[in-house]
Design a protein around this ligand. Structure first.
Ligand SMILES: Nc1nc2c(c(=O)[nH]1)N[C@H]1C(S)=C(S)[C@@H](COP(=O)(O)O)O[C@H]1N2
Ligand SMILES: [Mo]
Length: 555
């Protein structure tokens, strides 16, 4: 008690420092569990009033629509089908960090922590109320906003209360150890183990308990929201639907569509293997029972059809290849399916397009739009309002209950999934989703060819080897595929059979492989006589060009 010089300063400072770190951790944890409560309560409320209003999904959807096109292209090409998982993980990381910051702020100034929570909540509300699928009018806006507002009220209250707990716990600890615990002699031997002053443990328990209680409530609320949202999910689902037989079935596929080379892309793509590209963070679950398709705009009369109306019409079935404009040279964003549907021509004729119309703007249940030239829908090609895919109802991922398929056009200008609205209009009056983001308003499919086997960098035995792949130029048709080795002369490949001009085509080339490293290149020529251009161009704005090549080692 006489001098301070004998007091072991360093260990005491370490104790104080540790206490401070522990306090900060508790404050950050308070922020994180309060943030979780905000989301949990919002999801619970969204489960009751409007599943789409869940704040994380609303922010995610807004992010998808707001991120600049090139970044989105990067995300699709880097993460592929996982781009949305990566986006959600990113939003989650930002939310955890922001909540922790709110907790740290609230430790010293509750109002500051609360302000951050309210600010984040306001951003989520803004995202939720501006989604294109929000019903117009005050009721729709309220339904979109209320879940997040309730979440913020709950989470904000939890933050303030927990911050008070954390502060009072510190005060208790701090009071006792501003010196050292009373029972201990003030003059300590320098080597006393001071790791854990026992009294500091006491106030941790109520804080920890409160944190766990709030976190547990958050999890329960979130789970409750999930259950409620699932309950509200579509009444009539794909498995409930029985498709009628086509009035006009697809021609049986000749056996020769397959060139029979192991590793070559199958001619028909199984539904579960069909590529998926869309802007939907969670796929729209449309109730086929209440689904309606509205045809309007520059028409003689508006028409609205239910799914039963569509299924009562004479349906046609066609095998057709769908491709994505984002497909790179050598890419795999393409698939071939047997589509069952109502010809869009007969649908449009019910409404009677007016002579000055030149485009149909199709809109999906989640607000995506595509602009399709009216001519492509009326010129007699097999443009369909599709309801079936390879003999089954459309899978939810691929547009249940109905989507468009227009042979010869990239998906983003023609293949609207979960389609609910067709507006007959003009290209100079309306602009579709991707066109607003820098892609072409009109986009016929470019001629493409790909080497499937041998794979790039494969080791190939010397001797006769099959080089094989697929080529496409939908609605024009592929007339020739050629292969060259190490920049030598182009040599013709043998083409598989096709049922129409609207599918891809397998090809095979018998190569006498000699030992060493070789580069194989492929190019296709469409039926108009245009060879596939060599110039490498990126997908934006209207489809990639360039020859696909692979390098292999022989021997
Ligand atoms: N509703 C909706 N439909 C959409 C899209 C979308 O983002 N939303 N993407 C289009 C694009 S870019 C392509 S390539 C095709 C892909 O269809 P798939 O996912 O069935 O392969 O769907 C088209 N239809
Ligand atoms: Mo696409």
């Amino acid at each position: 008690m006489t001098t301070t010089s004998t007091t072991p300063r360093a260990p005491r400072a370490a104790t104080a420092g540790r206490r401070d770190v522990r306090g900060a951790l508790a404050a950050a944890a308070a922020g994180v569990v309060s943030g979780a409560l905000t989301l949990g309560v919002a999801d619970l409320a969204a489960g009751v009033v409007a599943p789409g209003a869940s704040p994380v999904l609303a922010v995610g959807r807004a992010a998808i629509d707001l991120v600049p096109g090139p970044l989105k292209d990067f995300a699709v090409s880097t993460f592929g089908a996982y781009d949305k998982v990566v986006l959600l993980a990113g939003i989650g990381a930002v939310l955890v960090a922001a909540s922790a910051v709110a907790g740290l702020l609230a430790r010293r100034r509750p109002a500051a922590g609360l302000a951050l929570v309210v600010l984040l909540g306001a951003a989520a509300v803004a995202s939720a109320v501006t989604r294109p699928d929000v019903d117009p009018g005050l009721a729709g806006i309220l339904r979109a906003a209320v879940p997040t507002v309730l979440g913020v009220v709950a989470g904000g209250a939890a933050l303030v209360l927990l911050a008070r707990r954390v502060r009072s716990a510190r005060a208790v600890t701090g009071g006792a150890s501003s010196g050292l615990p009373a029972e201990l002699p003030a003059e300590l031997p320098a080597d006393l183990p001071v790791a854990e002053p026992p009294v500091a443990d006491l106030p941790r328990r109520p804080v920890l308990g409160s944190l766990l209680a709030v976190g547990g409530t958050a999890v329960l609320a979130g789970a409750g929201g999930r259950v409620l949202a699932a309950r509200r999910a579509a009444a009539v689902r794909p498995s409930d639907l029985v498709l009628p037989r086509p009035a006009d079935p697809a021609a049986a596929l000749p056996a020769a569509v397959e060139v029979d080379v192991p590793g070559v892309t199958p001619f028909v793509t199984a539904n579960r293997d069909f590529y998926r590209v869309d802007t939907a963070l969670t796929v729209p679950r449309v109730d086929a029972g209440t689904w309606r398709l509205r045809l309007h705009g520059l028409v003689e009369r508006e028409v609205t059809l239910s799914l039963d109306d569509v299924l009562a019409e004479p349906l046609v079935e066609r095998t057709m290849t769908l491709t994505c404009v984002s497909n790179e040279v050598g890419g795999r964003l393409a698939g071939t399916s047997r589509w069952l549907g109502l010809p869009l021509k007969s649908l449009l004729e019910k409404a009677g397009p007016l002579p000055d119309a030149d485009m149909v703007l199709s809109t999906s249940a989640d607000g995506f739009t595509a602009s399709t030239p009216l001519a492509a829908l009326l010129d007699g090609r097999d443009a369909l309002l599709a309801v079936g895919m390879n003999g089954s109802p459309l899978p939810v991922d691929h547009g249940f209950p109905a989507r468009m398929i227009v042979p010869g056009l990239y998906g983003y200008v023609s293949a609207t999934k979960w389609v609910v609205d067709l507006e007959v209009t003009r290209f100079d009056r309306a602009t579709a989703y991707w066109t607003r983001r820098g892609w072409a308003a009109q986009a016929p499919v470019r001629t493409f060819s790909r080497i499937d086997v041998p794979a790039s960098f494969a080791q190939v035995p010397a001797g006769r080897t099959a080089v094989a792949g697929v080529a496409w130029a939908q609605h024009r048709g592929v007339d020739a595929v050629e292969v060259r080795v190490d920049g030598g002369p182009w040599q013709p490949a043998t083409l598989g059979a096709v049922p129409s001009l609207d599918t891809w085509r397998q090809w095979v080339f018998a190569w006498d492989a000699e030992p060493g490293q070789h580069t194989l290149e492929v190019r296709a020529t469409d039926a108009t006589g245009d060879p596939q251009p060599q110039t490498r161009r990126p997908p934006r704005p209207d489809g990639a060009t360039g020859w696909h090549s692979v390098v292999v080692r022989v021997g």
